[in-house]
Design a protein around this ligand. Structure first.
Ligand SMILES: [Zn+2]
Ligand SMILES: [Zn+2]
Length: 384
């Protein structure tokens, strides 16, 4: 799934200007052009990748979105207008190389099919949802409100005031796009006469500004499954924007819920497992004993600390981790012990510890002994 960085694909620095972008693209695209490597799927894949990268980075708006959000800006439309679709490549390539450079095969491969009648589709929508780790553990139904584009009620999606006249654009014959021949390529551009609308409306609808659609706050109930991971995308099919009615038959877009999980005060998550750093009194660490550890389900677990435990010791509480998607299994919880040195001692405590220190010897501090043995060897070597 990991997509390569667009700058890396083109081999340019992040701040590269338009000119160096273009020349880098030109150079690399020539190397792996499908005409030079017929029947080489790897070259074709590289070529597609290059086109996609250049399509985004050569467009100031898309580039800014990419710099801000990375690939997420263009995932499945993501409300960003879909990024550089495969069908745009013919145009990009011909703009750079000029008409005939790429040859007829290229035109067939990438330029064809653009004039095909496509079903209109409403935009996909993106909704950011932040939940707690506890909610990710249990799963939760969450009510949200999303502004979704629907047919304007005043004009029934037509975009005209009642009684207004609508004329078909004579330049494009109502299609909203015009095709021109340039070398081997057929290019299609939005019609400039009618601004791509295909028609003129004498009196645009006042409720929707002639758009035919308005956004309406729509309440939805989203079911977050137990075990959901940070960064999960939940697709609600057909719950996005309605397709504009004017364009003929259409299909609604999708709504994507992007789930992020808030950092937790006690637990860190690694997939199905949890990690917790627990302080242990020095005496418990030395003598052994039980400590109580909080668990993500709201309960507590008893952890047996073995005699002579050091800071950094990791222990496992089996089955006390996160829930997992579509399974009744739970991960584990790893507890890292952090031995706490007593502070603010009273007189009596100080006396006891001083007495303890006098009793002490190498044997009770194995790590110190090990450390100073190594230090001694180090100093001895310097003397030699
Ligand atoms: Zn309207
Ligand atoms: Zn037109």
């Amino acid at each position: 799934m990991a997509k390569r960085d667009y700058y890396e694909i083109l081999g340019v620095a992040k701040g590269a200007d338009a000119k160096s972008l273009k020349s880098a693209f030109r150079k690399k695209a020539m190397e792996c052009h499908p005409d030079r490597h017929p029947d080489d799927p790897e070259a074709e894949a590289r070529f597609k990748e290059l086109n996609e990268a250049y399509g985004i980075l050569s467009d100031d708006q898309k580039r800014a979105a990419y710099d801000r959000m990375g690939h997420a800006a263009f995932e499945q439309g993501g409300g960003m207008g879909g990024g550089a679709g495969f069908q745009d490549f013919g145009d990009i390539f011909s703009q750079i190389f000029g008409g005939g450079a790429a040859g007829g095969g290229f035109s067939d491969m990438f330029g064809g099919g653009r004039g095909r009648q496509t079903i209109q589709r409403g935009s996909d929508l993106r909704y950011e949802m932040e939940i707690s780790l506890e909610d990710a553990f249990t799963g939760k139904d969450i009510d949200i409100e999303v502004p979704i584009a629907e047919d304007c009620e005043r004009c029934d999606g037509v975009g005209a005031e009642p009684g207004a006249t609508i004329e078909t654009c004579s330049t494009c014959g109502g299609a909203g796009r015009v095709r021109t021949q340039q070398g081997f390529f057929t290019m299609e551009r939005p019609c400039t006469t009618c601004g791509g609308q295909g028609e003129y409306v004498s009196d645009p609808c006042r409720a929707c500004d002639g758009q035919g659609q308005t956004r309406q706050q729509t309440a939805l109930d989203v079911s977050i499954p137990a075990g959901v991971e940070d960064g999960t995308r939940i697709r609600l099919s057909g719950q996005g924007d309605a397709a504009p009615k004017r364009g003929g038959p259409g299909q609604r877009g999708d709504l994507y819920i992007f789930v992020s999980i808030k950092p937790h005060a006690l637990f860190e998550r690694d997939g199905p497992n949890l990690f917790c750093r627990a302080p242990v009194p020095m005496t418990t660490a030395a003598l052994g004993g039980d400590v109580e550890i909080p668990t993500i389900d709201g309960g507590r677990s008893k952890l047996k600390v073995p005699e002579g435990s050091q800071s950094g010791r990791r222990m496992r509480l089996r089955g006390k981790g996160m829930s997992t998607l579509r399974s009744s299994q739970r991960g584990d919880m790893y507890v890292e012990l952090s031995v706490e040195t007593p502070s603010k001692l009273n007189k009596r405590q100080r006396e006891i510890l001083e007495e303890f220190a006098h009793e002490g010897g190498d044997d009770i501090s194995p790590e110190s002994k090990n450390f100073f043995d190594k230090a001694k060897a180090f100093w001895d070597e310097l003397v030699d």
